[in-house]
Design a protein around this ligand. Structure first.
Ligand code: SF4
Length: 427
Protein backbone atom coordinates (compact mmCIF):
# COMPACT_ATOMS: atom_id res chain seq x y z
CA UNK A 1 0.00 0.00 0.00
CA UNK A 2 1.36 3.47 -0.92
CA UNK A 3 -0.10 6.80 0.20
CA UNK A 4 0.42 10.25 -1.29
CA UNK A 5 -0.98 13.73 -0.74
CA UNK A 6 -1.55 15.99 -3.74
CA UNK A 7 -2.97 19.28 -2.63
CA UNK A 8 -6.11 18.30 -0.70
CA UNK A 9 -6.33 14.84 -2.31
CA UNK A 10 -5.15 11.86 -0.25
CA UNK A 11 -4.36 9.01 -2.60
CA UNK A 12 -3.82 5.43 -1.50
CA UNK A 13 -2.72 2.81 -4.00
CA UNK A 14 -3.21 -0.94 -3.73
CA UNK A 15 -5.23 -0.93 -0.54
CA UNK A 16 -6.16 -4.37 0.72
CA UNK A 17 -9.80 -5.11 1.39
CA UNK A 18 -11.24 -8.26 2.86
CA UNK A 19 -10.20 -11.49 1.12
CA UNK A 20 -13.51 -13.16 1.82
CA UNK A 21 -17.09 -12.17 0.96
CA UNK A 22 -19.00 -11.76 4.19
CA UNK A 23 -22.31 -10.41 5.41
CA UNK A 24 -21.57 -7.49 7.71
CA UNK A 25 -23.49 -4.42 8.81
CA UNK A 26 -20.73 -1.92 7.99
CA UNK A 27 -19.08 -0.81 4.72
CA UNK A 28 -16.68 -3.48 3.51
CA UNK A 29 -14.45 -3.61 0.44
CA UNK A 30 -12.98 -6.71 -1.15
CA UNK A 31 -9.74 -7.51 -2.94
CA UNK A 32 -7.23 -4.88 -3.96
CA UNK A 33 -8.21 -1.32 -4.89
CA UNK A 34 -7.01 2.30 -4.87
CA UNK A 35 -8.74 5.32 -3.42
CA UNK A 36 -8.79 9.10 -3.50
CA UNK A 37 -10.11 10.98 -0.49
CA UNK A 38 -11.18 14.59 -0.99
CA UNK A 39 -12.71 16.79 1.74
CA UNK A 40 -16.16 15.82 0.37
CA UNK A 41 -15.92 12.27 -0.99
CA UNK A 42 -14.19 8.94 -0.83
CA UNK A 43 -13.67 7.57 -4.36
CA UNK A 44 -12.54 3.97 -4.75
CA UNK A 45 -11.25 2.51 -8.02
CA UNK A 46 -10.58 -0.96 -9.33
CA UNK A 47 -7.11 -1.87 -10.54
CA UNK A 48 -7.93 -0.57 -14.05
CA UNK A 49 -8.53 2.89 -12.54
CA UNK A 50 -12.30 2.61 -13.16
CA UNK A 51 -14.54 4.14 -10.52
CA UNK A 52 -16.23 1.50 -8.42
CA UNK A 53 -17.43 3.12 -5.19
CA UNK A 54 -18.28 6.64 -4.04
CA UNK A 55 -19.17 7.59 -0.50
CA UNK A 56 -20.03 11.14 0.54
CA UNK A 57 -18.21 12.43 3.61
CA UNK A 58 -20.10 15.62 4.46
CA UNK A 59 -23.18 15.73 6.65
CA UNK A 60 -25.45 15.97 3.62
CA UNK A 61 -24.76 12.34 2.61
CA UNK A 62 -27.84 10.19 3.41
CA UNK A 63 -26.03 7.83 5.84
CA UNK A 64 -22.34 7.52 6.86
CA UNK A 65 -22.35 3.78 6.20
CA UNK A 66 -23.99 3.87 2.76
CA UNK A 67 -22.36 4.12 -0.64
CA UNK A 68 -22.72 4.12 -4.41
CA UNK A 69 -21.32 1.27 -6.46
CA UNK A 70 -20.79 1.12 -10.22
CA UNK A 71 -21.08 -2.35 -11.77
CA UNK A 72 -18.98 -3.67 -14.62
CA UNK A 73 -22.14 -3.24 -16.75
CA UNK A 74 -21.90 0.51 -15.91
CA UNK A 75 -25.03 0.69 -13.71
CA UNK A 76 -25.03 2.63 -10.46
CA UNK A 77 -26.39 0.94 -7.37
CA UNK A 78 -26.99 2.67 -4.03
CA UNK A 79 -26.35 0.45 -0.98
CA UNK A 80 -28.76 1.42 1.76
CA UNK A 81 -28.54 0.24 5.35
CA UNK A 82 -32.30 0.63 5.86
CA UNK A 83 -32.91 -0.34 9.45
CA UNK A 84 -30.49 -3.29 9.10
CA UNK A 85 -32.80 -5.83 10.72
CA UNK A 86 -35.72 -5.48 8.32
CA UNK A 87 -33.45 -5.61 5.27
CA UNK A 88 -31.70 -8.73 6.57
CA UNK A 89 -34.97 -10.54 7.19
CA UNK A 90 -36.18 -9.82 3.67
CA UNK A 91 -33.00 -10.25 1.64
CA UNK A 92 -30.49 -12.14 3.78
CA UNK A 93 -28.12 -9.15 3.48
CA UNK A 94 -27.48 -6.13 5.70
CA UNK A 95 -27.68 -3.70 2.77
CA UNK A 96 -30.42 -3.11 0.26
CA UNK A 97 -29.20 -2.33 -3.25
CA UNK A 98 -31.35 0.44 -4.79
CA UNK A 99 -31.01 0.12 -8.55
CA UNK A 100 -30.79 3.01 -11.01
CA UNK A 101 -32.99 1.18 -13.55
CA UNK A 102 -36.52 -0.33 -13.34
CA UNK A 103 -36.73 -3.70 -11.58
CA UNK A 104 -39.08 -5.55 -9.22
CA UNK A 105 -38.27 -3.84 -5.94
CA UNK A 106 -40.97 -3.51 -3.29
CA UNK A 107 -38.82 -1.41 -0.98
CA UNK A 108 -39.82 2.24 -1.04
CA UNK A 109 -37.54 5.16 -1.75
CA UNK A 110 -35.26 6.29 -4.55
CA UNK A 111 -31.88 7.62 -3.45
CA UNK A 112 -31.11 8.47 -7.08
CA UNK A 113 -33.41 11.47 -6.63
CA UNK A 114 -31.49 12.60 -3.55
CA UNK A 115 -29.50 15.75 -4.33
CA UNK A 116 -26.39 14.52 -2.51
CA UNK A 117 -26.35 11.28 -4.53
CA UNK A 118 -26.84 13.20 -7.79
CA UNK A 119 -23.95 15.52 -6.83
CA UNK A 120 -21.71 12.59 -5.85
CA UNK A 121 -22.07 11.08 -9.32
CA UNK A 122 -21.38 14.46 -10.94
CA UNK A 123 -18.35 15.05 -8.71
CA UNK A 124 -16.31 12.54 -10.71
CA UNK A 125 -15.95 14.97 -13.56
CA UNK A 126 -14.57 17.65 -11.22
CA UNK A 127 -12.19 15.09 -9.68
CA UNK A 128 -10.78 14.18 -13.09
CA UNK A 129 -10.33 17.87 -13.95
CA UNK A 130 -8.52 18.45 -10.61
CA UNK A 131 -6.19 15.49 -11.22
CA UNK A 132 -5.48 16.81 -14.71
CA UNK A 133 -4.24 20.06 -13.12
CA UNK A 134 -2.09 18.23 -10.56
CA UNK A 135 -0.61 15.39 -12.61
CA UNK A 136 2.27 17.22 -14.29
CA UNK A 137 5.71 17.33 -12.71
CA UNK A 138 7.83 14.55 -11.22
CA UNK A 139 5.86 11.87 -9.38
CA UNK A 140 6.36 8.21 -8.48
CA UNK A 141 5.64 6.03 -11.54
CA UNK A 142 2.84 4.02 -9.88
CA UNK A 143 1.05 7.21 -8.80
CA UNK A 144 1.33 8.79 -12.24
CA UNK A 145 0.04 5.63 -13.93
CA UNK A 146 -2.94 5.40 -11.60
CA UNK A 147 -3.87 9.07 -12.08
CA UNK A 148 -3.56 8.73 -15.86
CA UNK A 149 -5.96 5.78 -15.79
CA UNK A 150 -8.46 7.70 -13.67
CA UNK A 151 -8.43 10.63 -16.12
CA UNK A 152 -8.76 8.30 -19.09
CA UNK A 153 -11.78 6.47 -17.63
CA UNK A 154 -14.35 9.21 -18.14
CA UNK A 155 -18.11 8.61 -18.51
CA UNK A 156 -17.86 7.94 -22.23
CA UNK A 157 -15.01 5.43 -21.83
CA UNK A 158 -16.85 3.58 -19.06
CA UNK A 159 -19.96 3.40 -21.23
CA UNK A 160 -17.94 2.02 -24.13
CA UNK A 161 -16.31 -0.54 -21.81
CA UNK A 162 -19.73 -1.84 -20.76
CA UNK A 163 -20.78 -2.05 -24.44
CA UNK A 164 -17.62 -4.00 -25.12
CA UNK A 165 -18.41 -6.44 -22.32
CA UNK A 166 -21.91 -6.99 -23.72
CA UNK A 167 -20.52 -7.38 -27.22
CA UNK A 168 -18.13 -10.15 -26.07
CA UNK A 169 -20.89 -12.23 -24.50
CA UNK A 170 -23.61 -11.38 -27.05
CA UNK A 171 -25.82 -8.94 -25.10
CA UNK A 172 -26.69 -7.73 -21.64
CA UNK A 173 -27.27 -10.20 -18.80
CA UNK A 174 -30.95 -9.39 -18.16
CA UNK A 175 -31.02 -11.11 -14.78
CA UNK A 176 -28.45 -12.53 -12.38
CA UNK A 177 -29.30 -15.47 -10.12
CA UNK A 178 -30.32 -14.32 -6.64
CA UNK A 179 -27.51 -16.40 -5.13
CA UNK A 180 -24.91 -14.05 -6.67
CA UNK A 181 -25.66 -11.81 -3.67
CA UNK A 182 -23.15 -14.07 -1.84
CA UNK A 183 -20.35 -12.42 -3.90
CA UNK A 184 -22.00 -8.97 -4.01
CA UNK A 185 -23.00 -9.67 -7.68
CA UNK A 186 -19.30 -9.57 -8.70
CA UNK A 187 -19.33 -12.29 -11.34
CA UNK A 188 -17.66 -12.81 -14.70
CA UNK A 189 -20.53 -13.65 -17.09
CA UNK A 190 -19.97 -16.39 -19.67
CA UNK A 191 -22.91 -17.36 -21.87
CA UNK A 192 -23.19 -21.09 -22.51
CA UNK A 193 -26.75 -21.03 -23.93
CA UNK A 194 -29.17 -18.36 -25.13
CA UNK A 195 -32.94 -18.24 -24.67
CA UNK A 196 -35.05 -20.56 -22.54
CA UNK A 197 -37.41 -23.51 -22.86
CA UNK A 198 -40.76 -22.06 -21.83
CA UNK A 199 -41.32 -18.43 -22.89
CA UNK A 200 -43.63 -17.92 -19.87
CA UNK A 201 -46.24 -15.20 -20.34
CA UNK A 202 -45.49 -13.35 -17.08
CA UNK A 203 -41.72 -13.11 -17.51
CA UNK A 204 -40.07 -9.73 -18.08
CA UNK A 205 -36.48 -10.88 -18.31
CA UNK A 206 -36.74 -13.42 -21.12
CA UNK A 207 -34.80 -12.67 -24.28
CA UNK A 208 -37.53 -14.24 -26.45
CA UNK A 209 -35.01 -16.52 -28.14
CA UNK A 210 -35.50 -20.26 -28.39
CA UNK A 211 -33.11 -22.26 -26.28
CA UNK A 212 -29.80 -22.62 -28.15
CA UNK A 213 -26.57 -23.82 -26.54
CA UNK A 214 -23.37 -22.05 -27.58
CA UNK A 215 -20.60 -24.03 -29.27
CA UNK A 216 -17.63 -24.90 -27.02
CA UNK A 217 -15.48 -22.78 -29.34
CA UNK A 218 -17.65 -19.73 -28.61
CA UNK A 219 -17.48 -20.34 -24.85
CA UNK A 220 -13.68 -20.45 -25.08
CA UNK A 221 -13.63 -17.26 -27.18
CA UNK A 222 -15.70 -15.40 -24.57
CA UNK A 223 -13.41 -16.44 -21.74
CA UNK A 224 -10.28 -15.32 -23.56
CA UNK A 225 -11.84 -11.98 -24.49
CA UNK A 226 -13.16 -11.46 -20.97
CA UNK A 227 -9.74 -12.09 -19.50
CA UNK A 228 -8.25 -9.39 -21.74
CA UNK A 229 -11.18 -7.11 -20.94
CA UNK A 230 -10.75 -7.39 -17.15
CA UNK A 231 -7.03 -6.71 -17.48
CA UNK A 232 -5.33 -5.68 -14.22
CA UNK A 233 -8.55 -6.19 -12.26
CA UNK A 234 -8.78 -9.90 -13.10
CA UNK A 235 -7.53 -11.06 -9.72
CA UNK A 236 -10.31 -9.17 -7.96
CA UNK A 237 -12.74 -11.86 -9.21
CA UNK A 238 -13.35 -15.37 -7.95
CA UNK A 239 -16.82 -16.07 -9.38
CA UNK A 240 -18.42 -16.86 -12.73
CA UNK A 241 -22.02 -16.81 -13.89
CA UNK A 242 -22.85 -19.28 -16.66
CA UNK A 243 -25.76 -17.67 -18.50
CA UNK A 244 -28.30 -17.05 -19.59
CA UNK A 245 -31.62 -18.41 -18.33
CA UNK A 246 -31.07 -22.16 -18.32
CA UNK A 247 -27.39 -23.04 -18.47
CA UNK A 248 -28.17 -26.37 -16.83
CA UNK A 249 -29.92 -27.41 -20.08
CA UNK A 250 -26.73 -26.74 -22.06
CA UNK A 251 -25.49 -30.19 -21.10
CA UNK A 252 -22.57 -31.75 -19.34
CA UNK A 253 -19.90 -31.23 -21.98
CA UNK A 254 -20.15 -27.46 -22.25
CA UNK A 255 -20.70 -26.93 -18.51
CA UNK A 256 -17.66 -29.00 -17.59
CA UNK A 257 -15.59 -27.20 -20.21
CA UNK A 258 -16.69 -23.79 -18.95
CA UNK A 259 -16.11 -24.61 -15.28
CA UNK A 260 -12.76 -26.25 -15.80
CA UNK A 261 -11.30 -23.72 -18.21
CA UNK A 262 -12.71 -20.65 -16.41
CA UNK A 263 -10.85 -21.61 -13.25
CA UNK A 264 -7.57 -21.72 -15.20
CA UNK A 265 -8.12 -18.83 -17.61
CA UNK A 266 -9.29 -16.41 -14.92
CA UNK A 267 -6.46 -17.60 -12.64
CA UNK A 268 -8.76 -18.07 -9.65
CA UNK A 269 -5.93 -19.73 -7.82
CA UNK A 270 -4.15 -16.35 -7.81
CA UNK A 271 -7.27 -14.32 -6.96
CA UNK A 272 -7.07 -11.73 -4.19
CA UNK A 273 -10.22 -13.41 -2.89
CA UNK A 274 -10.47 -16.79 -1.24
CA UNK A 275 -12.59 -19.61 -2.65
CA UNK A 276 -14.28 -19.78 -6.05
CA UNK A 277 -17.97 -19.61 -6.98
CA UNK A 278 -20.02 -20.82 -9.90
CA UNK A 279 -23.59 -19.61 -10.48
CA UNK A 280 -26.14 -20.71 -13.04
CA UNK A 281 -29.86 -21.00 -13.66
CA UNK A 282 -31.71 -24.26 -14.25
CA UNK A 283 -35.29 -25.06 -15.21
CA UNK A 284 -37.87 -27.68 -14.23
CA UNK A 285 -36.87 -29.83 -17.22
CA UNK A 286 -33.12 -29.47 -16.85
CA UNK A 287 -33.43 -30.25 -13.15
CA UNK A 288 -35.34 -33.45 -13.87
CA UNK A 289 -33.32 -34.61 -16.87
CA UNK A 290 -29.72 -33.64 -15.99
CA UNK A 291 -27.63 -36.74 -15.57
CA UNK A 292 -26.39 -37.47 -12.08
CA UNK A 293 -22.84 -37.50 -13.46
CA UNK A 294 -23.08 -33.75 -14.12
CA UNK A 295 -23.73 -32.95 -10.44
CA UNK A 296 -21.09 -35.48 -9.46
CA UNK A 297 -18.57 -33.72 -11.66
CA UNK A 298 -19.62 -30.17 -10.63
CA UNK A 299 -19.13 -31.18 -7.02
CA UNK A 300 -15.49 -32.07 -7.78
CA UNK A 301 -14.57 -28.71 -9.31
CA UNK A 302 -12.90 -26.21 -6.98
CA UNK A 303 -16.11 -24.12 -6.91
CA UNK A 304 -18.98 -23.63 -4.50
CA UNK A 305 -21.78 -24.09 -7.01
CA UNK A 306 -25.20 -22.43 -6.82
CA UNK A 307 -27.98 -23.44 -9.22
CA UNK A 308 -31.16 -21.40 -9.17
CA UNK A 309 -34.30 -22.97 -10.60
CA UNK A 310 -37.46 -21.07 -11.56
CA UNK A 311 -40.44 -23.06 -10.28
CA UNK A 312 -42.87 -20.10 -9.89
CA UNK A 313 -45.76 -21.89 -8.15
CA UNK A 314 -46.98 -25.20 -6.77
CA UNK A 315 -50.56 -24.34 -7.71
CA UNK A 316 -51.95 -25.39 -11.15
CA UNK A 317 -54.23 -22.33 -11.39
CA UNK A 318 -51.30 -19.98 -10.74
CA UNK A 319 -49.10 -21.74 -13.30
CA UNK A 320 -51.92 -21.30 -15.79
CA UNK A 321 -52.36 -17.63 -14.91
CA UNK A 322 -48.60 -17.10 -15.32
CA UNK A 323 -48.71 -18.88 -18.68
CA UNK A 324 -45.90 -21.18 -17.59
CA UNK A 325 -46.21 -24.32 -19.74
CA UNK A 326 -45.20 -26.80 -17.03
CA UNK A 327 -47.41 -29.19 -15.08
CA UNK A 328 -47.49 -29.10 -11.30
CA UNK A 329 -46.52 -32.79 -11.26
CA UNK A 330 -43.30 -32.08 -13.14
CA UNK A 331 -42.61 -29.12 -10.91
CA UNK A 332 -42.90 -31.33 -7.81
CA UNK A 333 -40.59 -33.87 -9.40
CA UNK A 334 -38.02 -31.10 -9.96
CA UNK A 335 -38.43 -29.93 -6.35
CA UNK A 336 -37.83 -33.47 -5.07
CA UNK A 337 -34.60 -33.64 -7.08
CA UNK A 338 -33.55 -30.23 -5.73
CA UNK A 339 -33.91 -31.54 -2.18
CA UNK A 340 -32.02 -34.68 -3.09
CA UNK A 341 -29.09 -32.80 -4.68
CA UNK A 342 -28.87 -30.44 -1.72
CA UNK A 343 -28.66 -33.47 0.57
CA UNK A 344 -26.09 -35.35 -1.48
CA UNK A 345 -23.60 -32.71 -2.58
CA UNK A 346 -22.00 -30.54 0.04
CA UNK A 347 -20.53 -28.09 -2.48
CA UNK A 348 -23.71 -27.67 -4.55
CA UNK A 349 -26.69 -25.65 -3.40
CA UNK A 350 -29.82 -25.58 -5.53
CA UNK A 351 -32.22 -22.77 -4.70
CA UNK A 352 -35.66 -22.19 -6.17
CA UNK A 353 -37.71 -19.19 -7.25
CA UNK A 354 -41.40 -18.62 -6.86
CA UNK A 355 -43.45 -15.61 -7.83
CA UNK A 356 -45.18 -13.45 -5.30
CA UNK A 357 -47.78 -10.76 -5.94
CA UNK A 358 -51.11 -9.18 -5.23
CA UNK A 359 -53.32 -10.65 -7.91
CA UNK A 360 -52.32 -14.29 -7.92
CA UNK A 361 -54.90 -17.06 -7.32
CA UNK A 362 -55.64 -17.65 -3.63
CA UNK A 363 -54.13 -21.15 -3.73
CA UNK A 364 -50.63 -19.89 -4.55
CA UNK A 365 -49.14 -19.07 -1.13
CA UNK A 366 -50.72 -22.08 0.65
CA UNK A 367 -49.32 -24.27 -2.15
CA UNK A 368 -45.84 -22.90 -1.45
CA UNK A 369 -46.15 -23.74 2.22
CA UNK A 370 -47.25 -27.22 1.23
CA UNK A 371 -43.90 -27.62 -0.58
CA UNK A 372 -41.62 -25.83 1.83
CA UNK A 373 -43.20 -26.86 5.10
CA UNK A 374 -45.55 -29.85 4.96
CA UNK A 375 -43.30 -31.89 2.67
CA UNK A 376 -40.24 -31.46 4.88
CA UNK A 377 -39.65 -32.99 8.27
CA UNK A 378 -36.71 -30.87 9.28
CA UNK A 379 -35.70 -27.24 9.06
CA UNK A 380 -32.95 -26.91 6.43
CA UNK A 381 -30.25 -24.28 6.09
CA UNK A 382 -29.58 -25.13 2.43
CA UNK A 383 -31.77 -24.82 -0.65
CA UNK A 384 -33.15 -21.34 -0.06
CA UNK A 385 -36.44 -20.29 -1.55
CA UNK A 386 -36.64 -16.90 -3.29
CA UNK A 387 -39.92 -15.08 -3.79
CA UNK A 388 -39.80 -12.76 -6.76
CA UNK A 389 -42.31 -9.88 -6.53
CA UNK A 390 -44.47 -9.37 -9.60
CA UNK A 391 -44.73 -5.61 -9.54
CA UNK A 392 -46.53 -3.26 -11.85
CA UNK A 393 -47.24 0.47 -11.97
CA UNK A 394 -49.99 0.26 -9.34
CA UNK A 395 -47.49 -1.17 -6.91
CA UNK A 396 -46.09 2.31 -6.47
CA UNK A 397 -48.61 2.58 -3.63
CA UNK A 398 -46.82 2.20 -0.34
CA UNK A 399 -49.69 0.27 1.27
CA UNK A 400 -49.57 -2.51 -1.35
CA UNK A 401 -45.84 -2.90 -0.91
CA UNK A 402 -46.19 -3.05 2.86
CA UNK A 403 -48.87 -5.71 2.53
CA UNK A 404 -46.61 -7.82 0.29
CA UNK A 405 -43.73 -7.52 2.74
CA UNK A 406 -46.06 -8.59 5.56
CA UNK A 407 -47.19 -11.62 3.54
CA UNK A 408 -43.58 -12.49 2.80
CA UNK A 409 -42.65 -12.49 6.49
CA UNK A 410 -45.63 -14.71 7.24
CA UNK A 411 -44.46 -17.15 4.57
CA UNK A 412 -40.87 -17.00 5.84
CA UNK A 413 -42.01 -17.89 9.35
CA UNK A 414 -43.89 -20.93 8.03
CA UNK A 415 -41.25 -22.21 5.61
CA UNK A 416 -38.79 -24.87 6.76
CA UNK A 417 -36.32 -23.66 4.14
CA UNK A 418 -34.56 -20.27 4.27
CA UNK A 419 -36.71 -17.71 2.41
CA UNK A 420 -35.72 -14.39 0.83
CA UNK A 421 -37.09 -11.81 -1.57
CA UNK A 422 -35.55 -11.83 -5.05
CA UNK A 423 -34.48 -8.46 -6.42
CA UNK A 424 -33.82 -8.75 -10.15
CA UNK A 425 -30.45 -7.28 -11.06
CA UNK A 426 -28.87 -7.06 -14.49
CA UNK A 427 -25.27 -6.88 -15.61
S1 SF4 B 1 -39.35 -17.42 -16.28
FE1 SF4 B 1 -37.48 -18.42 -17.02
S2 SF4 B 1 -38.23 -20.00 -18.41
FE2 SF4 B 1 -39.92 -18.58 -18.13
S3 SF4 B 1 -39.69 -17.12 -19.82
FE3 SF4 B 1 -38.61 -16.25 -18.07
S4 SF4 B 1 -36.51 -16.90 -18.37
FE4 SF4 B 1 -37.76 -18.20 -19.67
Amino acid sequence: MESYQLDNLIITLNKEGSREFSKVSFPIRYGLFSEIRTPEYLFQFNLNGEIKFIRGLPRTWPHPAEWLKRTVGNDWVYYSAGDYKGIYDYFGEYYFPYLSYPSNSIIDGDPFNDQSVILAKKSLQALRARIDELISGPKPKSLKEFLTRVIRNDEETLRRRADQLHHFIGGQVTVLPPDTRHVDYEVIPIIVADGCLYHCGFCRVKTGQDFTPRAPKDVMRQMKELKRFLGRDLHNYNAIFLGQHDALSAGREVLELAAERAYEIFEFERSHLRGAYLFLFGSVDSMIHSEEGLFESLSHFPFSTYINVGLESNDPKTLEALKKPVSVEKLREAFTRILDINRRYEKIEVTSNFVFGEDLPSGHLPSLLELTRNRLNLIGNKGGVYLSPLVDERMREKASKRELLRRFLKFKTGSRLPAFIYLIQRL
